[in-house]
Design a protein around this ligand. Sequence first.
Ligand code: AMP
Ligand code: ZN
Length: 467
Amino acid sequence: MELYNTLTRQKEVFKPLNDKKVGLYCCGPTVYNYAHIGNLRTYIFEDLLRRVLEFNGYEVNHVMNITDVGHLTSDSDEGDDKMKKGAEREKKTVWEIAEHYTQAFLEDMDRLNLFMPKKKPKATDHIDCMIAQIKALEDNGHTYIGQNGNVYFDVSTMSNYGELAGLDKQELVAGQRVEIDQNKKNPADFVLWFVQSKHGDQEMQWDSPWGRGFPGWHIECSAMSVEYLGEQFDIHCGGVDHIPVHHTNEIAQAEGATGVHPWVKVWMHGEFLVLKDNAKMSKSADNFLTLRRLVEEGFDPLDYRYFCLQTHYRKQLFFDWESLKAARTGLRRLRDKVLNLKKELPANSSQLSAPNAVWTDKFRQAVNDDLNVSKALALAWEMLDDPNLDNADKLSTIVEFDRVLGLKLGEEEKVELPPQITQWIIERNEARHNKDWQKADEIRDQIEASGKWQVKDGGGGTEVFKK
Ligand code: AMP
Ligand code: ZN
């Protein structure tokens, strides 16, 4: 298998540290709002990576953190505290916000058919582990205390600082939009532990050797990944935005604390999903698209998965509704082909034959070339049209491919009704029960007004179909 390593800037043959076991760490969501579809593109890429590793017989210890502690949007004390902002917006406590959006995120993962990580450590459950890593950094001479009492990482103490971003220190500093902070020795230095923040009272605070406060926003990932995957492990992933700051600082923390170099063997980064007018999707801006929104527009979450799989993870992906519709058409055609194969098989042939070796080999070569899944998808289509293969072979081979594609190809499309439509169905059934035909007609018109749904009266009451 060959994977592109951001650290060396080349495709490399993948050799795990421990034979068939792979340690994989993926930066998880900050649970102050729904994930936007840009975030979800990155999680789809990471799921694809895990599936390809498993397809190759590796056992993957997949760890993803849940960031449920208030984080500032930057390293100095500027920007908003995301969790606090979410709590104020919804008039809830930060703990309630974290719980609600963690559940929403896990639902999104499930709808996109993403494998659950083996471990999903929450930041707030691992404050001790973060304090221990900061203590180790202090003992190793990598920290200082600012005039404000906050603990800073001193980047001048790490000779390889910035290696991942491929920039020298001068450029790296210039590249970071850092506010002049009188407490810092160097603009690239960053906070490990806050005892003071311009946001005043934080709901989430813990005791520490440096005073009561809360962790800086990079320490959880280096601390929890070392805790669950060891001082050195195989692969660390995230979106490209994490290369210059978050991952650069994670490396400094882990290597500064343990002295082990390189901490992570392969760094992999997913390119961004961007809107057609080149606007970046951002959770902090208020106009972001969620999976819920796509479902409200009548899409199956797997349409979005298919849409993402058509483009290599290292290329930017432009989103617009027309392209998503085209992906939906593609997925429906593929699904129908597979369902037809199933229907044509004799009723007693429940046992699948072995997947076709030649096609499976071609497929494996494609995905093993740095996850070239768009090529693998094209091969799936070609295989299904191969006149030399009988239906049983085609079916077993596509089922094998679907271990990587994760498109639930043997299953009928599941129609998810938006909550508003479900509510209207209940109200319409009630109106019909009360023989209020005028109201029933009005609700039917309301449901059909968007042009996406069609109402029929079935034995069980109102039935709604996707147009
Ligand atoms: P966050 O919740 O902001 O920490 O982001 C979660 C993940 O989504 C990280 O791996 C980010 O790098 C990634 N990400 C953020 N914005 C986008 C985007 N527009 N497209 C793809 N990935 C993104
Ligand atoms: Zn991280």
